[in-house]
Design a protein around this ligand. Structure first.
Ligand SMILES: NC(=O)c1ccc[n+]([C@@H]2O[C@H](COP(=O)([O-])OP(=O)(O)OC[C@H]3O[C@@H](n4cnc5c(N)ncnc54)[C@H](O)[C@@H]3O)[C@@H](O)[C@H]2O)c1
Length: 363
């Protein structure tokens, strides 16, 4: 039997992004080795990021999107380094890929892992598990705006940044959230806006939410303002299952979620083009963490969870579940990096997760 080959473009980019992508590749190679020749991962690594910018004056190759189009998926680290302004690095690479490939659904599960202490006391006695579904193509990150009058004297420069909400954009992400809710034990969607103050775009979002909800009578719903939702994340997280929000709000809320689960380093994510016209991109939620980069101490769990989401996207469901179970087994054994109260290095967590993969655990 010739193996099904999945072509993966690795873009480690900057800082700890490089360390977690290397760790993730090591785990995926082990999963391939355990696969009995049924599937294979063909990797190609791209050196894009802030060092590339220093040499070439751009964050990725000019024909970068064309090149990536040929891959089944992109495995991304993190972008951003103090040598390049953050808006230049983010727009030049990560957002260029997300928007160029219409990866309009960003899934960010909030997972509480055994052996990892949450700052929420409630987490000790309550099963907590929810997914933030982030609108990933427009909203506050549509890139609309400009600045002018820089030459005016007396601090006269002005800047305008507009949010863009389209009916099509709202509808597809909200429908996605409802479909996802149907697959979960608690069939509930919480919609998050700030439509009392943002009276145009977010009122449109609310209207679309109500219209779509009518097609899913089996799914519970609620509409919550973002300020109230941030309190709810802390005070009533057991009430959450699928939380759908705009690009900016979901970005912020998912960081809050991963901090509640114990660390930013734990959170996985998938930037999906659900129609599969373009490759989807899998990356940990965290950034390049310049404060700890290069020390071999960063937490690779978010990158491993993202790899599991990539396996699921490939249709390798058993392998995805096996990897998630191996992550849980490793944390339950107390093998933890510094950010979650342990002393293990990135490489030790990687070894522990590999040792807990289903094929190896039994042997
Ligand atoms: N998706 C992305 O590529 C992405 C996301 C967020 C920030 N950034 C960029 O990253 C750079 C740093 O941003 P920041 O400091 O605001 O956010 P950050 O996520 O890099 O770091 C925030 C804090 O979390 C810790 N942390 C992050 N990842 C960790 C990991 N895997 N293990 C252990 N601890 C971890 C860091 O040490 C730091 O204390 C900036 O240039 C920013 O633009 C990129």
């Amino acid at each position: 039997m010739s193996p099904k080959e999945f072509r993966i473009a690795a873009i480690p980019a900057d800082g700890v992004g490089r360390e977690v992508v290397e760790a993730g590749k090591t785990v995926l190679d082990a999963i391939e080795a355990d696969g009995g020749g049924r599937f294979a991962f063909a990797w190609e690594e791209f050196p894009w990021g802030s060092d590339y910018f220093a040499e070439h004056g751009r964050m990725m190759a000019e024909d970068g999107l064309e090149t990536l189009q040929a891959f089944d998926a992109i495995y991304f680290g993190a972008v951003g380094w103090p040598t390049v302004p953050d808006h230049v690095s983010l727009w030049g690479l990560r957002l260029a890929i997300c928007q160029g490939f219409d990866q309009w659904a960003n899934l960010r599960p909030v997972r509480f892992l055994p052996g990892i202490e949450s700052p929420l006391r409630k987490a000790d006695r309550t099963d907590l598990d929810w997914v933030v579904v982030r609108e990933n193509s427009e909203g506050e990150y549509a890139g609309f705006g400009g600045h002018t009058f820089a030459s005016r004297e007396g601090r006269g420069e002005v800047a305008v940044q507009s949010a863009l909400f389209t009916e099509v954009g709202c509808e597809r992400i909200i429908k996605y959230a409802f479909e996802l809710a149907r697959t979960r034990p608690r069939k509930k969607v919480s919609s998050v806006t700030k439509s009392n103050a943002q009276q145009y775009g977010m009122v449109l979002w609310d209207r679309v939410f109500q219209r779509v909800a009518a097609d899913y009578p089996d799914v519970e719903t609620e509409s919550v303002l973002v300020d109230a939702m941030s309190a709810k994340f802390v005070l009533q997280p057991e009430e959450l299952s699928v939380v759908v929000a705009s690009n900016l709000f979901a970005d912020i809320l998912s960081d809050l979620g991963s901090a509640l689960a114990g660390s930013l380093g734990l959170a996985p994510s998938a930037n999906l083009n659900p129609e599969r016209r373009f490759p989807s991109m899998f990356e940990p939620v965290h950034g390049s963490a310049p404060d700890i980069a290069g020390q071999g101490v960063c937490n690779p769990i978010g990158a491993f969870g993202s790899a599991a989401m990539m396996l699921d996207h490939f249709g390798l469901k058993a392998e995805a579940e096996g990897l998630d179970a191996a992550i849980e087994a490793a944390t339950a054994q107390g093998i933890r990096t510094r950010d979650v109260g342990g002393t293990a290095k990135t490489a030790e967590v990687t070894e522990a997760v590999i040792a807990n993969l289903p094929a190896r655990r039994q042997s």
